[in-house]
Design a protein around this ligand. Structure first.
Ligand code: SF4
Ligand code: SF4
Length: 447
């Protein structure tokens, strides 16, 4: 089998087959052409899927879903720490103090909380230092969004060297929180559950299949949409019993597109969000059109993590709330003279560097070079015979993808409705021609 390793991927995004109507909406929007409609149902090609969640947003029949952990899962551990994504704060009005939201998490059963926004501040310092280097590939591309990192692995492997080799804030948060808990409580690491409160399926996948590290320090991920109702019931809570330093506007701002850029203070930075637009920009990088740019902040969800498919609030409302919160904080921090400190930088340099990301090979047509060459020829020949309308009604996202599927033996030319129509027309003409050739005796019988 040519795709031996390809079945080994964990995916948070799943199909609920009974609900799928085969409408082809999702196949057109998938950035990696991972979906096909076969036998009237969507099928996801595991090696291509990056768990961006775009198909969840596009399916009006709610046939796509994301698997995440549940609040009950924390019962399996003696000590549990919640890592709230800053997008969680945007689900509540700006008048709800962040401390209250954190205390509501404690009320739900967590023993401690560590804000991912705090880790984002540490990562910001690490990125700032990294961008000072003269020996790095530019533009340096942010690796905070796992869907973007996987998009690069799958579709733009030549850009892997441009990814900033620093762990995402959630991984840094988990590492710091775990080591602090071990130190404070003197209990084995296996007894500690670390739970990310996530806005997107891509981060759930990263817990199961980490990027740039052997094993994630995060135990599991609970979607914001799953825990939101419980938090609402738990609120209001009088803020009390919180340990550690609170995040500032610098880290909280990361949840909105442009937040990382504001935090790392790079003037020559390009900011892009929404997976289709991210693909277009990465295409330009591969063509060498953006070599003059120092840094690219790229987030898969429209508007940033606040637009994640596992959030509950409208993204524009969420963005407005984050703006209100951060504006208040900026005023407060300036007044108190607070900013990122040297000790954060030491932590950043100590914990944030990670190992290289591997590309994902998806376009290998065959292990056998001769068979692969034959398939390439077949693909090219078939593509010329297809109408080139890229309509998607064959169940493949475009004519090129159908040609590849035909070469792989998973589709046939008559899946194309136009070719099928021609074939039916030719058959009908042939039948008329044959009917005219009926012997006279049969013509008489008919009368
Ligand atoms: S959008 Fe995709 S998953 Fe949803 S019904 Fe249509 S084909 Fe099925
Ligand atoms: S999650 Fe993203 S990559 Fe995976 S099938 Fe859906 S749209 Fe495609």
């Amino acid at each position: 089998m040519w795709c031996k390793a390809l079945e080994e991927y964990f995916h948070s995004v799943r199909l609920i087959s009974d609900r799928c109507k085969g409408c082809v909406n999702c196949i057109r929007r998938c950035p990696t052409e991972a979906i096909r409609i076969r036998n009237g149902k969507a099928q996801i090609t595991e090696a291509r899927c990056i768990d961006c969640g775009e198909c969840i947003r596009r399916c009006a029949n709610h046939a796509k879903t994301a698997i995440t952990d549940c609040l009950d899962d924390i019962q399996q551990y003696k000590y549990n720490i919640a890592l709230p994504a800053p997008a969680l704060y945007a689900q509540f009005s700006a008048d709800t103090p962040i401390e209250s939201i954190l205390c509501a998490l404690l009320k739900l059963g967590f023993d401690d909380v560590f804000e991912v926004a705090r880790a984002a501040e540490i990562v910001s310092l690490g990125i700032k230092e990294y961008l000072k280097r003269s020996d790095i590939k530019r533009p340096a591309i942010s690796s905070a969004c796992p869907a973007v990192v996987r998009l690069i692995q799958v579709m733009f492997p030549e850009l892997i060297g441009n990814l900033i080799p620093i762990d995402a804030p959630v991984e840094v948060a988990a590492r710091i929180a775990r080591s602090a808990a071990i130190h404070k409580l003197n209990i084995p690491s296996e007894d500690i559950g670390i739970w990310f409160i996530t806005p997107c399926p891509a981060k759930m996948t990263t817990v199961k299949q980490p990027l740039g590290t052997e094993k994630s320090n995060v135990t599991g991920a609970i979607s914001i949409s799953k825990i939101y109702g419980d938090l609402l019931k738990a609120l209001p809570v009088q803020p009390a019993g919180l340990s550690g330093q609170r995040a500032s506007w610098i880290g909280i701002g990361w949840t909105v597109s442009g937040g990382e850029n504001a935090a790392v203070e790079v003037s020559n930075s390009l900011v892009v969000n929404e997976i289709g637009s991210v693909s277009e920009i990465l295409e330009q990088v591969t063509l060498g059109k953006l070599n003059h740019v120092d840094h690219i902040e790229a987030l898969a969800c429209a508007g940033g993590c606040i637009g994640g498919p596992l959030t509950v609030e409208n993204r524009f409302v969420a963005q407005h709330r984050i703006k209100q919160r951060t504006q208040k904080m900026i005023a407060k921090n300036v007044a108190q003279g607070k900013t990122l400190c040297q000790s954060d930088l030491e932590v950043a340099l100590g914990v944030a560097e990670r190992r290289a990301i591997e590309p994902r090979s998806i376009l290998r047509l065959d292990e056998d070079i001769f068979k692969a060459m034959y398939k390439v020829e077949l693909m090219e020949k078939t593509l010329k015979e297809l109408p080139g309308l890229d309509c998607g009604s064959c169940g493949s996202p475009n004519c090129k993808a159908l040609a590849e599927d035909i070469a792989q033996g998973t589709a046939s030319k008559t899946d194309c409705v136009f070719i099928l129509r021609e074939k039916v027309r030719d058959l009908a003409q042939e039948m008329v021609r044959l009917a005219e050739k009926l012997p006279p005796s049969l013509h008489k019988t008919k009368r």
